[in-house]
Design a protein around this ligand. Structure first.
Ligand SMILES: Cc1cc2nc3c(=O)[nH]c(=O)nc-3n(C[C@H](O)[C@H](O)[C@H](O)COP(=O)(O)OP(=O)(O)OC[C@H]3O[C@@H](n4cnc5c(N)ncnc54)[C@H](O)[C@@H]3O)c2cc1C
Length: 411
């Protein structure tokens, strides 16, 4: 098999289509989002564009081909995320809920579950949303820690043909749905009699049993609708259990591989935008000197170092997303590197670029600092690097027989 880094004609077409949508729809929308103080009202502003994106087929584009959608390659996914996130990472995160929430359905769902749970997201109208309800207000990193640790607190108790779910969930995009009655589908990580399990609740089962306790007001990613919700006596059929009871911790970790890998592409999007701003500033501005500041070696060195890092993270993210979608055994490690290295590099690159612009960057109206605000989220969302992701790498490295060359096929 040959390895090519040249986009195919179809990928070129995809890039132009997603870029065209993002550039025509997102800049005006995001200016209005940033100007709105109320986090719930901010998220509501996204809805008409969300509906347009669904009608244009972009939601189907996130569902893998074997499950009725159009997603066929990790590179396509990376192009999609980078182009949309360059204009609005918050819109992209809100839109991409099914990427995580449906991952366990693809992995262990029965044919009936796949048909029932994926169907709302194959629609070409409306604004269907999905939430992966893993995080909890009391802590998430130790969700699978054995007693005496508290670990995961949400419970599902069997009652006849149903599960009865109680607990509090936090942070996941669209836990509340658009209107506070829940998303179209919520994959709930909960404690059942045999251990940690995943159970799907549909909107009809959540409505009336979900209370929004708080709308979080985020520092960056302003359009993301993140909340803390309380689930009280949510009743769902026994048939909504995904896989086996007690297999939920493994399925949860697996569910975050695709989204973890995509964080590398989110970081690339922030870095490339910040680089472009800093580069144009360096070419145009003399700041009272005799020559544009790009002619000072110190400034050019930063541009050179940061550009190299952007290219490196982009290739790593392509490789990681390709491995995840192809179910390559290297996928877990590559996805973790894309998440950890991509997000940490994102913060340091944007910060370095802010420094070469200098004091002008600190004016709220100058557009570079918003990319730092977004980039600061990437080490801590999708499983924080410190509490979750590096620990997962630790687990891989500690596995007996770990082969460091296997991940790149160089054993
Ligand atoms: C925009 C946005 C979208 C999100 N989307 C989702 C989503 O779709 N689904 C979802 O469930 N969550 C979501 N989250 C939450 C996110 O995934 C968090 O990464 C997750 O809640 C874990 O946070 P944490 O690791 O900081 O855990 P916490 O349990 O809050 O831990 C806090 C900190 O304590 C330290 N720590 C704790 N335990 C350990 C340990 N054993 N070893 C080392 N350090 C430790 C770490 O420094 C860790 O960062 C989202 C958050 C945001 C802001």
């Amino acid at each position: 098999m040959t390895v090519s880094f040249t986009l195919t004609p179809e990928q070129e077409q995809l890039k132009q289509a997603v870029r065209g949508f993002a550039r025509s729809e997102f800049p005006g929308l995001m200016a209005r989002v940033r100007a709105e103080a109320d986090p719930k009202a901010r998220a509501d502003l996204l809805r008409p564009t969300f509906e347009k994106a669904v009608a244009a087929g972009f939601l189907r584009g996130l569902i893998p081909v074997p499950f009725g959608g159009a997603a066929s390659s990790g590179i396509d996914a990376a192009i999609f995320v980078e182009e949309w996130a360059a204009e609005s990472p918050d819109f992209t995160i809100s839109f991409a809920g099914p990427l995580i929430a449906l991952a366990p359905v693809y992995e262990v769902g029965t044919p009936e579950q796949i048909q029932r749970f994926v169907a709302p997201f194959l629609a070409d109208a409306g604004a269907p949303v999905a939430a992966m309800a893993y995080s909890e207000p009391e802590g998430s990193a130790n969700f699978d820690a054995p007693p005496p640790a508290a670990g995961l607190l949400t419970t599902a108790v069997p009652d006849g043909d149903e599960w009865v779910i109680n607990g509090r969930k936090a942070w996941a995009s669209h836990l509340s749905g658009w209107d506070g009655d829940g998303p179209d589908l919520m994959t709930i990580v909960c404690r059942t009699p045999s251990g940690i399990s995943l159970i799907v609740a549909e909107r009809a089962q959540l409505a009336g049993h979900l209370e929004v306790e708080e709308y979080y007001d985020l520092h960056g990613l302003k359009g993301c609708l993140t909340t803390r919700v309380k689930l009280t006596d949510v009743r769902v059929p026994k048939a909504n259990l995904l896989g086996s009871e007690g297999d939920g911790a493994r399925l949860t970790r697996n569910a975050f591989f695709a989204s973890g890998a995509s964080i590398g592409s989110f970081a690339v999007a922030a870095m490339r935008q910040a680089w472009d701003i800093a580069y144009r500033f360096a070419v145009a501005e003399k700041r009272g000197g005799a020559v544009p500041i790009i002619e000072h070696q110190a400034v050019s060195d930063v541009l050179a170092d940061t550009k190299g890092k952007i290219e490196a993270v982009r290739l790593l993210s392509w490789r990681a997303l390709d491995a995840v979608l192809a179910q390559d055994p290297a996928a877990p490690e590559l996805a973790l590197h894309a998440k950890v290295f991509g997000s940490e590099t994102g913060v340091s690159v944007v910060n370095d670029l802010v420094k070469i612009v200098g004091v002008t960057a600190y004016d709220e109206r100058f557009p570079i600092l918003r990319y730092l605000a977004d980039a600061l989220a990437y080490p801590i969302i999708e499983g924080s690097n410190t509490g979750v992701r590096r620990r997962q790498l630790h687990g891989l490295f500690a596995t007996e027989g770990y082969d460091p060359l296997a991940v790149s096929g160089m054993s």
